[in-house]
Design a protein around this ligand. Sequence first.
Ligand SMILES: C[S@@+](CC[C@H](N)C(=O)[O-])C[C@H]1O[C@@H](n2cnc3c(N)ncnc32)[C@H](O)[C@@H]1O
Length: 217
Amino acid sequence: MSTASPEMQAYYAARVPYYDAVYLKPERRRDIEFLAGHLPSRFAAREVIEVACGTGYWTQHLAPRVARMVATDGTAEPLAFARLRPGSAGVTYRQADAYALPPDLGLFDGAFAGLWFSHVPLAARTPFLVGLHRHLRPRARVILIDNNDIQLRDFPITETDADGNTYQHRTLRDGSVHRVLKNFPGERALRDLVAPFADAVDYRGLENFWLLEYELR
Ligand SMILES: C[S@@+](CC[C@H](N)C(=O)[O-])C[C@H]1O[C@@H](n2cnc3c(N)ncnc32)[C@H](O)[C@@H]1O
C-alpha cells in the first residue's frame, strides 16, 4: 500500500528554509525543552530509526545519545537541510517512504516519529505501524509525538473527507496555499490502535503536544 502524498511532500519541501520556526514559538518553549531532554533519555544506547525526520530537528537531539541513528524522510529537500546540521556526522540519512521502508535499513530497538502521525490517513494508521514494526526487534521502544488540538487555533480544519480525515489549508510565505491532511487522535484512539501489539503503553498530554510510548510485544 502506498499512501504517500505528493501534495504534502511538495508543501514540506517548500517550507524547509523556515520549518524550524515551529520550534521557536514562545508558547511551545516549555514542551520543547521537556521533549529535548526526555526523548534522548528514552532512546539512550539504542539503535533507532526515525520516520519522517524532516529537517532533523529531533534527530539532532537523539543522535548524540543513541548507538545508531538512521533518519528517514520521503522528501529530498528536508533531508538535505538535516544533513547540514551540526552533530549529524554519525547519522545515516535515507530518503524513504514511511509506508514502504526499504528492507535493507536493518533492524532497530527504537523507533521515533515527530509530528508525522497526524499526517497519516486513518485507514493507513495500522498498515504504517505494521510496516514500521517489521524493522523492529521484539521489545523495541516506539515513541510518537505530535500536535494536540491547540494547533487548531493557528490552522482550523477546513475540510473532512468521507473517511473522517481532517484537512487544513496552510499558506506559505510565498503566498501559495496547500491542503494538508492533519488528524488529531485522542488518547483513547491511540491506545486502542496500539493495543494489539504493544505493552507498557504510556500516553502524555503536554500543553501543545501528545506523546505516545510503547514497547513492541
Ligand atoms: C511535519 S513534518 C515533521 C518533520 C520532523 N519529524 C519534525 O518533527 O520536525 C512532516 C514530514 O513528513 C515528510 N513526509 C511526507 N510524506 C512522507 C512519506 N510518505 N514518507 C516519509 N516522509 C514523508 C515530509 O517531507 C516532512 O518532512
